[in-house]
Structures are given as C-alpha cells and as structure tokens.
Ligand binder design. Structure first.
Ligand code: NAI
Length: 350
C-alpha cells in the first residue's frame, strides 16, 4: 500500500483538539499517512515570533497536500490571516465547501440538502488593501476608510473551470454564478460574469445560470435544492457557506478544501471557537470530513466513503454527539474524544 506524506497544521484553539482527532480517524481507515507536523497561527506567533514559519511553506511545497486546523487572525493587525496567505502562496484559488444535510438523532431533515459552494479564494476584498480616509477642518480627522475589491479574469476563469469540472465529474446538473453585477458593474457584471459565460460554453452538458446575491440568499433559505453547484467571489462565498452550514446542522459538520493546480489544503469551515477551546467539547466532524475530502483527492475513495458513512451514522444515531449537536436533540453532550473514538470503532466495523 502506498504511503502518503501530508503536512498537518493543527492551528489554534479547537484545532489542537480536532486535528489529532482527525489523524486518529484517518488512521482507523488503514490508509498509511506520514504526517509532517508543523504549526502556524497565534500560538506559533507567540512561540517563535513568526505566525507562518518557513518550515510550514517548505513542508507544503514538498508534500503538496496539507490538512489544516483553524488559526486565529488578530484584529490588531500583528499578522495577516494565515488562511489568506496560504491560499495565495499556494495558488489554492478554489475553495470547495460541500453542504450536505444530516439526520441528527430524531431530527430528520424535511428536504435533504446536497449542494457544493465554490468560493474564489485569493482576491476580492481579501487582497487586504485598505486605507483610512482623512478630512475635517485640519485634514487630520479620520472620516472613513476604503477597501479595494479586486478580481481578475484569470482567477474567475479558474473558479468557474473548477466548478464546472467538479459538476461534470460528479454528475451535477447545474452551475450557478452568484453575483451583484447590477451594482458592481465592472468586477461582477463584467469580469466575473463574462468568465462564467465563457467557461460555461466549454461545458455544454452542464447548465449555467446567473443569480443576484441577495435573491440567491433568499432562495437558498426557502429551497436550497434548486441549487447544485454555486460559484462566487471570496466574500460572498464566505458568507454564503457559513449560512448554508447553518441549514444543515452548523459549523461542526461543514468541511472544506482549497484546491489549486499543484497544491491542496483541506480545512473545516469553522474557526478556532475560543468559547469552547481546550475543553474537549468541539465537534471533530468538520475536520474529519475535510480529511475524507483529502482522501478523495489522494484517490482513496473507499476510505473516504467509510469516514463519511461513520459520521453520517453516528450523527443519525444521536447518542454520542458533541454539545453543538446534542443541544439540537436534547441529549447529554459527549466529548470530542468520545465522538472520535466511536467514529474510529464504526470505521473498523465496516
Ligand atoms: P468560530 O467558527 O470559531 O466560532 C463560531 C461559533 O461556532 C462559536 O460559538 C463556536 O463555539 C462554534 N463552533 C465553531 N466550530 C465548532 C465546532 N467544531 N464544534 C462546536 N462548535 C463550534 O468563528 P469566530 O468566533 O468568528 O472566530 C474565532 C477565531 O477563528 C477568529 O480568530 C477567526 O479569525 C478565526 N477563524 C479561522 C478560520 C480558519 O482558520 N479557517 C475560519 C474562521 C474563523
């Protein structure tokens, strides 16, 4: 059996709990992974003065695949978002976020939601170009601020090609471009939508539509199943995927992947959850499901399916659930480690 080398970045907060949990679960599948464990984020910044050490970059350059826990982004600007930096450095320009509904204990979803959001990962307001605006009597008073939202033809075409390619490979019927082209006539109306229309012509077997962002949010809440694959800009994709995660059980069940031509970084949608960090309360399933996406990327489909089945089964059984899900069904919450160990047992039993 081949052994894979994967970079593991535990990150901060609950990352220190859900990353080892995911390692355990991947190990239970029997897939052989050598983990190159390095760290980035706030803890690393406090330890070494560098939030993104060179050894992290060197490791990903070598392994080409990373599993990453969440990292804190300080509001005081002492360092920039590690996610934004990693996605940009490794040109992991498409952020893939599957939204899939689960039966949670006795709570059976009225309608099963099953869609995938593709979020452009490197541009838009995330280019981080902001400046304060000065005015007033002496010209020294801060009267506001402005932020650049830049998108390019290259990144938009990459986004749509990734979305259409995924749709074709996974038997999906439609790609929807989410935009605000009526107001943002250059960035969205021209660059984003021209890219969508151009790439759509290369995939005549997949339908294509354009939906304005505010209407799309409303439609998503009313009937998410009218969407199949949604492709959108960085900021809209961020907001939409968290909201969509809320429709299917919350952030504890929302995995993600950042995919580029050469490198791929897998991470949950959620952050470091400071309110529950260090208490063995975090739901490990979002990172575990991101680990399953990683196995799919590595071509280990059977192992990935076992993980997805085990998470589906444990959540549906409804007895061993971390607090975020237990709250929904009224059972006594289990710990991160209890849930992890049970998932491992299920995987070994299949
Ligand atoms: P958050 O996702 O960390 O937490 C939001 C809420 O969801 C909290 O109540 C938290 O307890 C809960 N939650 C999140 N993940 C959970 C899990 N696995 N199990 C159970 N409950 C869970 O978002 P927040 O509070 O806005 O951000 C906290 C920090 O995380 C910030 O520093 C932010 O920059 C960072 N962040 C990092 C991300 C990443 O590295 N990919 C993504 C989002 C935020």
């Amino acid at each position: 059996m081949s052994q894979y080398e994967v970079t593991l970045i535990p990150g901060d907060g609950i990352g220190l709990e859900v990353a080892p949990a995911t390692q355990k679960v991947l190990e239970a599948t029997g897939v052989s992974i050598h983990w190159d464990i390095v760290n980035a984020g706030m803890d690393e910044f406090k330890r070494s003065g560098n939030a993104l050490p060179q050894e992290v970059l060197d490791s990903i350059k070598r392994t080409k695949v990373a599993l990453k826990g969440p990292t804190n982004t300080p509001k005081d600007g002492s360092f920039s978002s590690i996610n934004v930096l990693l996605r940009r450095i490794f040109k992991a320009a498409a952020n893939v976020r599957p939204i899939h509904s689960f039966q949670i204990g006795h709570l059976i979803p009225e309608k099963k939601i099953d869609l995938v959001i593709f979020r452009e990962n490197t541009e838009d307001s995330y280019v981080g170009e902001e400046r304060l605006l000065y005015g007033g009597v002496d010209g020294q008073e801060i009267i506001g601020a402005e932020s650049i939202s830049r998108i390019t033809v290259k990144a938009c075409e990459y986004l749509f090609r990734a979305a259409f390619e995924y749709a074709r490979r996974n038997g999906r019927k439609k790609v929807t471009a989410m935009h605000k082209g009526n107001i943002l006539q250059m960035t969205h109306g021209k660059i984003l939508l021209d890219a969508g229309a151009k790439v759509a012509k290369e995939y005549p077997d997949v339908n294509y539509e354009e939906v304005i962002a505010d209407a799309l949010f409303m439609k998503m809440i009313l009937d998410a199943n009218q969407f199949d694959v949604i492709a959108t800009t960085n900021m809209f994709g961020d907001l939409l995927s968290d909201a969509a995660a809320g429709l299917v059980g919350g952030l504890g069940l929302a995995p993600g992947a950042n995919i580029g031509k050469e490198f791929a970084i897998f991470e949950a949608v959620h952050g470091t959850a400071p309110d529950i960090a260090g208490q063995n309360k975090a739901n490990p399933c979002a990172l575990i499901l991101s680990g399953a996406l990683m196995l799919r990327h590595l071509g280990e489909l059977e192992a990935a399916k076992k993980i997805e089945r085990a998470v589906t089964d444990i959540v549906a059984a409804g007895r061993i659930l971390t607090g975020d899900l237990a709250r929904l069904t009224g059972v006594k919450p289990s710990s991160t480690t209890e849930m992890t160990d049970f998932i491992c047992r299920l995987i070994r039993s299949y």
